[in-house]
Design a protein around this ligand. Structure first.
Ligand code: FE2
Length: 197
């Protein structure tokens, strides 16, 4: 189940309807699909894709995605930190970043920009589907267990290469899901308060 934290307003959202409503103005889609009783979290990638075939095909038809795969990250992955470092700095992509989490957890920090709203983060776990639209500034990190298995969808894999913004914002936040907070001595970024709609 996902949790949104609007860090500089000390607000936390955890009800799916609240999460959907909060994310909608940012163009971020959120949904929940059951995992328990549907597929074994440790099933093969093929079995996982097969289990969610109707939902994945529907997403593909709606969003124009052409491929789907299952990404798996565990603490045993060689050079894990180097891999995480590709995505834990602020970046954007030329195509959507879609993840359906089957196992484990991860955290997306979203930086809508000063005119659009405050920095916030979304912690996703088992059963959460999220779509971070192309062009959205964000970064991603794993949680303390450093484990995630997720279905990904792509229009073309080359489009998912990170384009770094060069902003060091990510370095000012706790990198794991221990509760986002400022690192000791970090300079507070200037961010606009939430735009009330
Ligand atoms: Fe990304």
């Amino acid at each position: 189940m996902a949790t949104i934290r609007i860090i500089h307003e000390d607000r936390t959202l955890s009800a799916p309807d609240e999460i959907r409503a909060f994310l909608q103005p940012f163009g971020i889609a959120y949904d929940c699909w059951p995992v328990a009783g549907r597929v074994d979290q440790d099933a093969s990638a093929e079995e996982i894709l097969q289990a969610y075939d109707p939902e994945v095909k529907a997403l593909m038809a709606r969003g124009g995605y052409i491929t789907a795969d299952v990404v798996e990250v565990t603490p045993q992955v060689p050079n894990l930190q180097a891999m995480l470092n590709r995505f834990n700095q602020e970046h954007r992509h030329a195509e959507d970043e879609i993840r359906f989490v089957v196992k484990g957890r991860g955290i997306f920090y979203i930086h809508p920009g000063e005119l659009a709203g405050p920095l916030f983060c979304i912690e996703v776990g088992e059963g959460d589907l999220i779509n971070v639209p192309a062009g959205t500034k964000h970064w991603f990190d794993l949680c303390a267990d450093r484990t995630i298995r997720a279905i990904r969808l792509f229009r073309e894999k080359a489009g998912w290469t990170p384009e770094y913004t060069g902003d060091d914002l990510a370095s000012r936040y706790e990198p794991l899901c221990f509760g986002p907070r400022y690192l000791p001595g970090a300079e507070r970024p200037r961010l606009q308060p939430l735009v009330k709609l």
